[in-house]
Design a protein around this ligand. Structure first.
Ligand code: ATP
Ligand code: MG
Length: 570
């Protein structure tokens, strides 16, 4: 492609409303433009990257035996009523009516539509197993669209759905998708991890997420250095502390703590450590009362774990201040487990603290030297907290690290959630009707571009992993408008590189070399070749890899060899 023909507007300044580096660089490199909140146009430079990603995804899905189809983005309400999700799905589902007042939604996902296809197309066990996929536009009316295409409202997903007669076949189909996803993210050149996930609103009984590792990631993931254990923070189990309990010290007593409400304030006031404190969080119970969740002062509550405790209301809701006053007779900030008039769940680590500091259930008062079994009944402890760096792995092997990740893929075993409610059945080998069982598998195509940039950039701009770069080579003729020799050499090299199957962007704009270099670095093309009078005199081209700081001079043969070997790598 000749850049002189493409209206490319790169930006020198960092756009004011873009927080994340990937969002800034995508705008600056002229890849995307915002239309409205969470809606983006993919300009030619950006679209080329999307197409590259789609290509890798298609190849690996096809190789895994899946079949591509294309479903409508607009879906009739009836299907969603059949599955029960018309009422379950919240305001993320964009609903509207057509001119006949019939209700529709813009698909945030396609389980209903594909299950409708399955019940009509799949008649016999002979059709099974089968996996259908599409690469298609979704809409989710996200409460907080942000970070550009990372969390957009309209985005492109690859979604796949597999149908099986039995669990064994589902297990095999799921494993095939796991393997295909691993190949896809490896080929794309991303550093990623697979983690156990919560199957959430879609339902089902097993699920894993693929995360691109990046400090800016919205998700927190956990992995062990002792084996391949990895999980979403929500799911990672915290083991009870191993060390034996110390003996209690002096008697429990009250201390005045005027206006001291937070653990931090308390610790600096009493000159103690948060790990010696107990914090007591009151949440709404399923009945009208409250439930207390007790944690060590330096630990964080894990909402998913708390919701699983009997009697705790889902979704987890912190108790309102007046409710706390009504039940405990004291305002929040001074709550503690001693003589607390509501059921208590105590985290393993909190149950192991000796001589603890805690709220006294009286305004401006705390207790010190509290001890389980002495000052209040010992209780069976439970897992309520988020794991932290250095915790032992729940497998018993190694310790955990907590890092940030960006969810780019998600695979689920759905079971019969949709096929049961929507009556998707086939005849088995004995002529009996059997309900299909399903798996579903998503990849955030548009999100991958942003995730890749979060992981691969420097102060000059994007550093694309070669497999998803918009072009392989940036060819920069210097002063070509003055030198026929440079122009001819650049044209010839352009043809030759194209003939090798390389995608070449020639920067034939009438611009200063510095401007061209800066733009090509910003856009992040892996290889840069400069054609200039001086080099031509010596029979060489100036070559620079996007990851290098200094260029080097190569003969035409050396240059071609280098580019050819980079082709076989991707
Ligand atoms: P998240 O937890 O990030 O909201 P999700 O778990 O709701 O995502 P899935 O239903 O698992 O998303 O969708 C499959 C994939 O689609 C996700 O792994 C993610 O890569 C992508 N995706 C989901 N929501 C968005 C969005 N708002 N913008 C861009 N990509 C998205
Ligand atoms: Mg997900």
């Amino acid at each position: 492609m000749r850049l002189s023909r493409l209206p490319l507007n790169t930006l020198k300044e960092v756009p004011a409303d873009a927080e994340l580096i990937s969002h800034q660089l995508m705008l600056r490199a002229g890849m995307i433009r915002k239309l409205a909140s969470g809606l983006y146009t993919w300009l030619p430079m950006g679209l080329r990257v999307l197409r590259k990603i789609e290509q890798v995804v298609r190849e690996e899905m096809n190789r895994a035996g899946a079949f591509e189809l294309l479903m409508p983005s607009v879906q009739p309400a009836e299907l969603w009523q059949e599955s029960g999700r018309w009422s379950e799905y919240g305001p993320e589902l964009l609903r509207f009516k057509d001119r006949h007042q019939r209700e529709f939604c813009y698909g945030p996902t396609h389980e209903e539509v594909i299950t409708d296809i399955a019940r009509r197309e799949l008649k016999s066990y002979r059709h099974l197993p089968v996996n259908y996929y599409q690469i298609q536009t979704k809409f989710r009316d996200e409460i907080r669209p942000r970070y550009g295409v990372m969390r957009a409202r309209e985005f492109i997903m690859k979604d796949a759905y597999s149908f099986h007669l039995d669990q064994e076949s589902l297990d095999a189909g799921y494993q095939a998708m796991f393997d295909a996803y691993s190949k896809i993210f490896t080929r794309l050149g991303l550093r990623f991890r697979t983690v156990q996930a919560d199957s959430g609103a879609i339902g089902g009984n097993a699920s894993q997420e693929f995360h691109v590792l990046a400090d800016s990631g919205e998700d927190t993931i956990v992995f062990s250095n002792g084996d391949d254990y990895a999980a979403n923070l929500e799911m990672a189990e915290a083991l009870p502390p191993a060390a034996g309990k110390k003996k209690p010290g002096g008697d429990m007593r009250f201390v005045d703590t005027p206006d001291i409400r937070s653990i931090d304030e308390l610790c600096s006031f009493l000159d103690t450590d948060p790990s010696g404190c107990i914090k007591t969080l009151l949440v709404d119970a399923e009945d009208d009362g409250l439930v207390a969740l007790v944690l060590r002062g330096d630990h964080e509550l894990n909402a998913r774990k708390a919701e699983k405790m009997p009697g705790v209301r889902e979704p987890l809701t912190m108790a309102a201040a007046d409710k706390v006053k009504e039940v405990v007779g004291c305002e929040p900030g001074f709550i503690g487990p001693v003589d607390l008039p509501c059921p208590l769940f105590v985290d393993h680590s909190a149950a192991a603290v000796v001589d603890f500091v805690c709220g006294a259930n009286q305004k401006d008062q705390h207790r010190v030297n509290g001890n389980w079994g002495r000052d209040l009944p010992d209780c069976a402890s439970v897992d309520l907290r988020n794991v932290v760096d250095g915790d032992p792995s729940p497998t018993g092997k190694g310790t955990l690290s907590v890092v940030r990740g960006i969810e780019v893929g998600h695979i689920f075993k759905l079971g019969d959630k949709y096929s049961s409610s929507m009556n998707a059945q086939v005849l088995d080998a004995n002529g009996q009707t059997q309900t299909l069982i399903m798996g579903c598998y998503g990849i955030g195509i548009t999100r991958i571009t942003a995730a890749a940039i979060e992981q691969n950039h420097d102060r000059r701009g994007i550093v694309w992993p070669p497999a998803m770069a918009p072009f392989d080579v940036a060819l920069i003729p210097i002063n070509q408008h003055k030198s026929d020799r440079v122009r001819d050499a650049a044209d010839q090299l352009y043809e030759e590189l194209n003939a090798m199957g390389l995608q070449v962007l020639v920067d034939d704009r009438n611009a200063r070399p510095g401007v061209k270099f800066a733009d090509m670095d910003l856009i992040g093309i892996p290889h840069r070749v400069v054609v200039a009078e001086k080099g031509l005199d010596g029979g060489s081209f100036e070559y620079k890899n996007r990851r290098d700081d200094e260029p080097r001079h190569l003969s035409i043969d050396e240059l071609k060899d280098l580019l050819r070997s980079s082709q076989t790598e991707t």
